[in-house]
Design a protein around this ligand. Structure first.
Ligand code: HEM
Length: 113
């Protein structure tokens, strides 16, 4: 499970953000339990697999991993980007961000399990 910690955004009260590691995301790689990462956020898309206008197949190729590059390569609309929020579980550990998401560690692009 993800680790909980507080983060202070400006002077607002601490908001709870759940951080996940890629190793945890990787466990959720089946049709019945499908997670992926896009731009540093972790999404549970299990219920969306059959709803995706681009089809289930492309999503199943990305589950359990960082799908940022594929998501951007498909050129998603603003509507598609807004849909993401409803599936969000939390954030990827910042040091595991892929280069495509602004991470310094380009090796994440080749991350595989
Ligand atoms: C939860 C994440 C995702 C959401 C909410 C989503 C949503 C959508 C939506 C609404 C469309 C219709 C076109 C548009 O509005 O842009 C679409 C099309 C498409 N998506 Fe996704 N998508 C997601 C993830 C992905 C990923 C990870 C890939 C590939 C790696 C992908 C590949 C495609 C492709 C190829 C199309 C185009 C289908 C066509 O033009 O016939 N999507 N997606």
């Amino acid at each position: 499970e993800g680790s909980r910690s507080s983060s202070m955004a400006g002077k607002r009260p601490a908001a709870k953000v759940t951080y996940y590691r890629l190793e945890e995301v990787a466990k959720h790689n089946s049709k019945k339990d499908a997670w992926l990462v896009i731009h540093g956020r972790v999404y549970n898309i299990t219920g969306f697999l059959g709803e995706h206008p681009g089809g289930e197949k492309v999503l199943m190729e990305q589950v359990g991993r960082d799908a940022t590059q594929g998501f951007e390569a498909a050129g998603h609309s603003a509507d598609a980007r807004e849909m993401l929020a409803q599936f969000c579980l939390g954030e990827l550990q910042p040091e595991q961000l892929c280069a495509f998401s602004g991470g310094k560690n380009a090796v994440c692009l080749q991350f595989s399990f």
